[in-house]
Design a protein around this ligand. Structure first.
Ligand SMILES: Cc1cc2nc3c(=O)[nH]c(=O)nc-3n(C[C@H](O)[C@H](O)[C@H](O)COP(=O)(O)OP(=O)(O)OC[C@H]3O[C@@H](n4cnc5c(N)ncnc54)[C@H](O)[C@@H]3O)c2cc1C
Ligand code: SF4
Length: 339
């Protein structure tokens, strides 16, 4: 490990000033991703700025418009089990609890969750070329073992996926990310926060040097009755998604009034296709409707040598999760989704 300095300011402005002005500096929150990347020699900060002592960024509180504000430093566990989240945003609670382990969720923060890096094997292996880790060196995954990689929005430079579960719900819920930086404060719609790899896969998101995520806002909505998160992975706990689906909808007179479908494990960012959601408005919440959405969402999917199975898996997961959202009792452990 490289030699490094450490700072632990109590004021956000001070933390921002340090990270904006010191080239080798980085924020650390729960440390559950940063410390791994450091141990694998993927990142070597010269100056670590611990943000855990900052005031005002730990709370979960109501917004005047009826929505909720999640502090960036609230832990994933505190967020998932918060009574207002469980009652009003159960989809968010379900996605967080589908990720990592209780110990990690106790440390991991909401801001850090948005900024976790890909789990591509080659990204973690510093002896192999990787454009995300070292721009211009090539992508080992494209011609390599690419079973866990993306099928949507990939580029000739990178086919990695973004691994967060929580962010799949935040995408579905139209969250907004509040950031504070050297040039002031701004709010980024969730759909614009994470990037596709394009020809700059080293850039994961829209944050600029020194910007600090201060909170995440959830708009008020009516998606609490019918929602479900289906995470398909190689083992039932402590594993990242091969494909995941967050579905939430509101019914009126038995037909769909509003619906959100977001996918994880398939792209460099949570994947939503507004056209697929629009196509379901006014339709019955049945297999035929969810199959229609699945066809639209997977249109243009591009398989690689070892991951073509993800296309069919994603389509079936969208249909199955639609049924599970319609019939929440089918989500109980051991219960079968209704036929
Ligand atoms: C074994 C293991 C299994 C896991 N399984 C899953 C899983 O199944 N699903 C899932 O979704 N996640 C999983 N995770 C990832 C975990 O959720 C993330 O590591 C965690 O959310 C990161 O939060 P953190 O606070 O620890 O971030 P840190 O590690 O402290 O920071 C991560 C990055 O964010 C930056 N940062 C942190 N906070 C801020 C802020 N407020 N503003 C600006 N920059 C900031 C840091 O500089 C760093 O670059 C797993 C992690 C581990 C170790
Ligand atoms: S897919 Fe992306 S992260 Fe993985 S090796 Fe290729 S460039 Fe690196």
């Amino acid at each position: 490990m490289n030699k490094f300095s450490f700072a632990s300011p109590a004021v956000a402005g001070e933390a921002i000033e340090i990270v904006a002005s010191e080239p080798g500096s980085m924020y650390v929150a729960g440390g559950t991703n940063l410390l791994d990347l450091w141990k694998y020699n993927i990142t070597q900060p010269d100056l670590l700025v611990d943000i855990n002592k900052l005031d005002n960024h730990h709370a979960i509180e109501r917004l005047p418009d009826g929505g909720l504000r999640l502090g960036a430093l609230a832990t994933n566990a505190a967020t998932a089990y918060h009574p207002m989240i469980e009652e009003r945003y159960p989809l968010l609670s379900k996605t967080i609890l589908a990720g990592a382990s209780p110990q990690i969720r106790n440390m991991a923060t909401n801001g850090g969750n948005l900024l976790q890096r890909t789990r591509c094997y080659y990204f973690y292996d510093v002896n192999t070329p990787c454009n995300k880790r070292e721009p211009g060196t090539g992508c080992s995954a494209i011609g390599g073992y690419n079973r866990i990689m993306g099928i949507l929005g990939t580029s000739d430079d990178c086919i990695a996926t973004f691994p967060s579960d929580m962010c799949v719900a935040l995408a579905a819920l139209d969250a907004r990310v509040n950031v504070s930086g050297p040039k002031g404060e701004r709010t980024i719609p969730f759909a614009d926060f994470h990037r596709l790899p394009g020809d700059h896969p080293e850039i994961d998101n829209d944050l600029r040097k020194g910007e600090l995520i201060t909170s995440i806002d959830l708009p008020p909505d009516n998606l609490t009755t019918h929602n479900s998160y289906l995470k398909i992975r190689d083992r039932n706990s402590y594993a990242f998604a091969l494909v995941s689906v967050a579905t939430a909808f509101e019914l009126e007179n038995g037909t769909i009034k509003d619906i959100r479908i977001a996918l994880g494990g398939v792209a460099h960012k949570p994947w939503r296709v507004p056209e697929a959601e629009a196509a379901l408005i006014g339709r019955q919440p049945d297999d035929e409707s969810f199959a229609l959405a699945a066809e639209i969402i997977l249109r243009g999917a591009k398989p690689y040598t070892f991951n073509s199975f993800k296309i069919e898996l994603a389509k079936r997961a969208i249909i199955r999760n639609g049924r599970m959202a319609l019939n929440p009792s089918s989500q109980l452990p051991g219960a079968r989704p209704s036929a």
